[in-house]
Ligand binder design. Structure first.
Ligand code: HEM
Length: 423
């Protein structure tokens, strides 16, 4: 049984960061209320950045909370476009959108062209072929903490692991991992004050993080022009689709997008996964007893449960109707995947963490459509290998305290999580 929501329908404000700081159960009750009573709810826009350089306040947005409505929007990119910005509710300057978010904020034909350039690196076959190197990184990461009795799970395990994988795929040298980590934290911080030093305009902090990553891309690009290798940087600089090479700006934004998209998401799935396995010992026992069978369903249950990306935005291109609600050209719709992943019309007992859940049509990687997560196979493999090895080598690993959560509505992030183990 789920208790009644502590918030009344009119008290829910998804644009207020204080809402996202509420305990998970309260947020989930509020979304349940929205799904049932006001599945398309209109909200004023958030004031994300305290800066004179921030864009003016926009007209508001529709929060879409039902699984079926989100699936319909994702299937129809001609009616609901991404090109005006998919990862920001407020309208950013077009150059900023392009720079920080790359293809996630483009539409066809440009989106298809950009996606084709990198898609071959993320197919199931290609991911299978790098499984061994994923296992090697897992081995190194767990090796560094074994014998210590406990650590910060995020800092020592969940964060460095996907970072090392995506950096290795890109061809970033190990000496730059710390810088990449710091900059991707800022870009996906959602304005969390921890990442913005006092007295410095946050817009400038974002810009500086982007500049550092661009400089690295330029440096690596120059190197690969003379010395091509089997890595993604080489693929990006040598690609030539329909006789057209990527522009310098496209290269930089590709680089930033792949580094950021591939890092925080898997990290947060793993951290929420450890919390869930700690709170549900019977589910962990199932996984421990049969990692191959349970991994095949448990990984997706972790992604459903965690919903590491809470939402993506689309913009209505012409007047239409969704779920009985009239929508007009230019209006923004925000797709709350976290809510779709608890939709009781789709999932049996959605508030139960069930590592054998099957089928599991969750929207943690987005819904079916052109923008469905490019890294889904890679992320699934990373989570599978890491959980399997953790349970094998540190079988009693458990979270020992409350996670420190990221102050963001966009990323369901965990900044730190104490854990202990006896090995
Ligand atoms: C558990 C881990 C992950 C989660 C939950 C996740 C989630 C998502 C979501 C929700 C979207 C947007 C879908 C849409 O708007 O329709 C997305 C897009 C994307 N993801 Fe992931 N992601 C994960 C891991 C990764 C990894 C490891 C990579 C590798 C680089 C990656 C690369 C991308 C890219 C490039 C896009 C944009 C695709 C496009 O616009 O065509 N993701 N992801």
């Amino acid at each position: 049984m789920h208790p009644e929501s502590v918030l009344g329908l009119d008290q829910i404000d998804l644009s207020d960061l204080a809402f996202w700081e509420r305990p998970q159960a309260e947020r989930e009750d509020a979304f349940r209320l929205l799904r049932n009573e006001r599945p398309l709810a209109f909200f004023d826009e958030p004031s994300v950045l305290d800066s004179p350089l921030a864009p003016p306040h926009g007209p508001g947005y529709w929060a879409v909370t039902r699984h079926a409505d989100i699936a319909e929007i994702s299937r129809n990119p001609e009616i609901y476009c991404s090109g005006k910005g998919a990862v920001s509710i407020i309208d950013l300057a077009p150059a900023t959108v392009e720079y920080f978010t790359g293809m996630v904020s483009t539409d066809n034909p440009r989106h298809a062209r950009l996606r084709r350039i990198v898609s071959s690196a993320f197919t199931p076959l290609r991911v299978k072929s790098i499984e061994q190197s994923i296992e090697e990184v897992v081995d190194r990461v767990i090796g560094r903490v074994s014998g210590t009795g406990g650590c910060d799970f995020v800092a020592e395990i969940a964060a460095p692991f996907p970072l090392e994988i995506i950096c290795a795929m890109m061809g970033v040298p190990a000496s730059q991992y710390d810088m990449v980590f710091r900059c991707s934290n800022i870009i996906l911080s959602g304005g969390d004050p921890e990442y913005f030093p006092d007295g410095i305009d946050p817009v400038l902090v974002y810009a500086e993080a982007g500049r550092e990553l661009t400089e690295l891309m330029n440096e690596l690009g120059r190197d690969r022009t003379d010395h091509p290798r089997d890595d993604l940087i080489t693929a990006l600089i040598t690609t030539n689709i329909d006789g057209e090479a990527l522009t310098r700006a496209e290269l930089a934004s590709f680089f930033i997008m792949l580094l950021t998209a591939g890092n925080e998401t898997t990290r947060n799935a793993l951290s929420h996964g450890l919390v869930a396995l700690t709170e549900h010992p019977e589910q962990r026992a199932l996984w421990l007893a049969d990692p191959t069978t349970i991994g095949a369903t448990g990984v997706d249950e972790i992604v459903r449960w965690a919903s590491p990306v809470n939402w993506m935005r689309r913009t209505v291109t012409g007047d239409t109707v969704l779920g009985g609600q009239e929508l007009h050209e230019g209006e923004k719709v925000v797709l709350f995947y976290n809510s779709a992943n608890r939709d009781e019309t789709v999932f049996d007992d959605p508030f139960r963490f069930d590592v054998r859940r099957h089928p599991n049509p969750h929207l943690g990687f987005g819904a079916s459509g052109p923008h469905f997560c490019l890294g889904a196979h890679l992320a699934r493999c990373e989570i599978d290998v890491m959980i399997r090895e953790l349970l094998k080598r540190l079988p009693d690993i458990e979270a020992t305290g409350e996670p420190t959560r990221l102050r963001s509505s966009f990323i369901n992030g965990i900044k730190s999580l104490p854990c202990r183990y006896s090995d």
